[in-house]
Design a protein around this ligand. Sequence first.
Ligand code: PLP
Length: 458
Amino acid sequence: MRGIMNESTKKLLETDRKHLWYPFTQMKDWLEDEPVIIESGDGFYLVDTEGRRYIDGVSSLWCNVHGHRVKEIDDAVKGQLGKIAHSTMLGLGQEKAIELAGRLAEISPEGLERVFYSDSGATSVEIAIKMAYQYWRNQGDTKRTKFIALGDAYHGDTIGSVSVGGIGLFHGIFRSLLFETYYVDSPFVYRYEGTEDECRAHGLEQMEALLKNNEGQIAGIVVEPLVQGAAGILVHPEGFLKGVEELARKYGVLLIVDEVATGFGKTGRMFACEKEDVRPDFMCMAKGISGGYLPLAATVTTEKVFEAFLGEPDEHKTFYHGHTYTGNALGCAAAIASLDLFEKNDVLASLDAKIAKMEEWAVKIRELPFVGDARHVGLFGGIELVRDKESKEEFDYEQMVARKLILSMRDKGLMVRNLGNVVVLMPPVGMSVELLDEMMSIIYDSIRDELPGIVESA
Ligand SMILES: *Cc1c(COP(=O)(O)O)cnc(C)c1O
């Protein structure tokens, strides 16, 4: 247990238990637990109300980039506060939103020129889906109404994004509220019974069959590039994304790439698409876009898509979608400062050494008992725990093995999370090699020293 609590922590806990409802959380467990309450951040550390420090090993859920309380971003937000925090983009331009749009177009894959803002990953995908659907209607094609997505996909929690999602545990309950989507098996190399090449071929063949059998009815394909995060860091075969792009072109459907998790350096490049030289019709950005400071998202698309929405009032081609805080000035100011820091700190060039460090540890971790796989794309990683390394037999969900393991890491000063039996590794890309090394050594030690006991008592 975590020891004495100061009075203000006790008070906060009381209010918490009375009034809060947490995301993706069984509240019965929460109420019985003694949650850590974060009070401040310091570089790559989180500090709780008891003064305890933890390495932020999941980038505050995959969004932090350069650390917490980064002077340059703090100053940018403060500077913007001195001007205006927010003004609407309905009928009015916004200085920072315009500036950022230019910057995003500059760093996006070739052809992506138009930026539509919103405030979360889910809305950025929702917008791409609605745009893709309306793109066809605006040209008089009312038959292209379906999307193809990947099994175990995660694109956020609004109904539209859930409709192209594929995680049974999260999405199954809502099935009757959702629009119909076609699915291709997730091309997850570790659990595919065959080689990486066969895994890629299988996924692409399935996708091509869907495109062929539903010719003229598919509006677009939606994918997470290279790796599916929320499903448990499912790493795809190399070349799968490129293959999807080729199929989208061959069958004349739109390609939506959800870079919400993978964007802003996580895979070793600014965007995962770059690794396979893919130029989608839509790219969705959120999480890291504002350096992890403020809720901001963008759906970036091509001039071709944009032009399909131009027309006279009686043609009804307008994109009727928007959110009150679309293009929020504070968020955009933080995002610009974050992009400046990518340049100033040469973040992308620094990634190779960090990725090599992660691989160095992954090699060692793979040797440990109960570790089925330690996989990563860039700094986007996961360690899958299994009962049996040979047969890859899974632990039962109820045993909460990974959950207990990450709690033991917390006691050692590292904050990470698990997704089912997978311990997620998502260090902020700005983290130093030395701190990354420390983080990985805590993980290694916990698996080696604590996991056998956890398994035994589970
Ligand atoms: C987190 C995530 C989302 C949802 O983003 P929110 O900001 O939580 O709505 C969408 N797609 C992917 C790939 C994600 O990882």
